[in-house]
Design a protein around this ligand. Structure first.
Ligand code: IPE
Ligand code: IPE
Ligand code: MG
Length: 257
């Protein structure tokens, strides 16, 4: 497949649940952490390709609130990998005009990783191309409960009126209200679940599941996913008469490898 094989419309914001690093490694007789190392290569390639294609945003689920329950050696390794990745990738992010943002309970992260994050966010702040969002210590339910806490504080301080709450005013309390919601969500490694990812923001995203594990998800696999998105018919609850009566295309709702 070539990038020219898929046509518009491209999604504006792609979110990816990067799953299957552990399986990829164990299937090859390696330790799980080798899978995480291999996964970094896919992060690099997919980010570069999304920037080149001119997408608005890419959100990568890198570490969930639930992932803290993994063995401490794996957690420590992942945090070290994050720190090293940020340090090494800054130059490439700058070259590709990518702006880094992070969402999640970032205060849970080790100080070293957090410092590198903040430094990279600051350094890329003025970049105008792709917004790369890393979801770290992220949970959709924690995001909503954190938002509720902040909202409750504003109510108590007389700065918010519960009678006037609506979807837009609630959005303002989420981790990153500025970035538009993802219109396309990809999960690798065949699993058909959201695993607590962007529960609010994914309400109208198109779903796509790739069978390959994340370390194997490279630009050809991305093009294939984007081609499937281009075939989707997004209806937003309207009836066929209201939106021209176009049938949902044959690829919609199917999984692919
Ligand atoms: C995804 O790969 C990376 C993280 C969740 C940090 P996994 O580590 O979940 O790999 P599998 O699902 O066990 O194969
Ligand atoms: C989701 O993957 C979290 C990330 C990709 C960071 P998991 O591997 O943790 O999800 P489950 O356990 O299969 O639901
Ligand atoms: Mg997994």
């Amino acid at each position: 497949m070539q990038p020219t094989d898929f046509k518009d419309p491209l999604p504006q914001h792609v979110a990816i649940i990067m799953d299957g690093n552990g399986r990829w490694a164990t299937e090859r007789g390696m330790s799980r952490v080798r899978g995480h190392v291999a996964g970094v290569q896919s992060v690099r390639e997919i980010t570069t390709e999304c920037a080149r294609l001119g997408l608005g945003s890419l959100t990568l689920y890198a570490f969930s609130v639930e992932n803290w329950k993994r063995p401490s050696t794996e957690v420590r390794y992942l945090m070290r990998l994050l720190r090293v990745f940020l340090r090494r990738e800054r130059k490439t992010l700058m070259k590709n005009n990518v702006r880094l943002r992070c969402i999640g309970r970032l205060h849970d992260l080790p100080a070293g990783a957090l410092k590198e994050l903040r430094r990279t966010e600051e350094m890329t702040r003025k970049n105008t191309g792709l917004v790369l969002r890393l979801a770290l210590s992220y949970g959709g339910r924690s995001e909503i409960s954190d938002a509720m806490q902040a909202y409750g504080r504003d109510v108590l301080a007389g700065q918010a009126d519960p009678e006037k709450v609506d979807e837009e005013s609630l959005r303002a309390y989420l981790y990153d209200p500025e970035t538009p919601d993802p219109d396309f969500i990809i999960r690798t490694a065949g699993e058909m679940r959201l695993s607590n990812f962007l529960l609010w923001q994914l309400s109208y995203a198109e779903l796509y599941v790739a069978d390959v594990c994340w370390p194997e998800f490279k630009k050809q696999a991305l093009w294939k996913a984007l081609a499937a998105f281009g075939e989707r018919h997004r209806k937003f609850g309207l009836s066929p008469e209201q939106d021209g009566g176009r049938k949902v295309s044959s690829s919609a709702g199917k999984t692919s490898s």
